[in-house]
Design a protein around this ligand. Structure first.
Ligand SMILES: [Zn+2]
Length: 243
């Protein structure tokens, strides 16, 4: 995973998204539990562009970088319905009120979207589902990593495979299939072998440049560049394959 960074919220979510949001709340008050959503708003090209840019042009979960047509807009808290696990029943409604919420939106690859994440959204035992807390998410402790959080608190990476360092990390790997052959063979292994090598070369060239030239600007540019690199790449560079 890569820690997502949120840039400026696209206008369409503020204008049209807000209108839809208010309509949904009215329906909720009327007792409706199944809602329809306007994909032309939450998955508008300006939203996708912003999400792809903010997530380093990678899937928010498996880090695959595939052609843009294969990327969809992901709702971390699923909008229509949610499931506690892979084979558990689908419960309605989902987090309909977050359908157009910028901080709930991410970019996701086709495999993660359709095969793995889908509408899975489990919580830690003892935490309170927002549906039972006046639609407030503050009482929730999700069992899968929020792409806005630092994944290095929960995951280690070695030889193209992820290892958990927390229960949330373990759930994330298992429920989202991050070590599934579909991900490791087709999407990650070949891609990351090349990417790691390429970024290593960039890193060494950059360090050489800093060593020869110094200066705050160069160090600043280096820091920004490093932030764009994924946790996996950082592990590779820092040789943290020690799990
Ligand atoms: Zn993915």
């Amino acid at each position: 995973m890569i820690q997502a960074v949120k840039g400026i919220c696209p206008d369409i979510l503020i204008s049209k998204g807000r209108e839809e949001h208010l309509k949904l709340l009215e329906q909720y008050k009327a007792g409706i539990v199944r809602y329809s959503f306007n994909k032309a708003i939450y998955a508008h090209e300006s939203v996708k562009e912003a999400l792809i840019r903010d997530n380093g042009e990678k899937c928010c979960f498996c880090e695959s970088s595939s052609p843009r047509d294969f990327h969809a807009v992901e709702h971390y808290r699923p909008k229509t319905a949610y499931r506690d696990g892979i084979d558990t029943e689908r419960k309605y409604p989902g987090y309909f009120w977050l359908a157009y919420e910028w901080h709930n939106l991410f970019i996701i690859c086709n495999a993660c979207n359709t095969v793995f994440k889908n509408d899975i959204f489990p919580l830690e035992a003892g935490s309170t589902r927002a549906h039972h807390n006046n639609l407030k998410t503050e009482g929730e402790i999700p069992s899968i990593i929020n792409p806005l959080d630092d994944p290095s608190q929960h995951l280690r990476y070695r030889a193209y495979k992820l290892f958990p360092t927390s229960d949330v990390g373990r759930n994330t790997i298992e429920l989202l299939g991050l070590n599934h052959p579909l991900q490791t063979d087709n999407l990650r292994q070949n891609y990351w072998a090349q990417k790691l090598q390429k970024d290593r070369e960039e890193y060494y060239n950059l360090m050489k440049f800093i060593y020869l030239n110094g200066g705050a600007e160069v160090v600043s540019a280096y820091s920004n560049r490093l932030m764009r690199w994924s946790y996996m790449i950082k592990c590779g560079l820092e040789d943290k394959f020690k799990y």
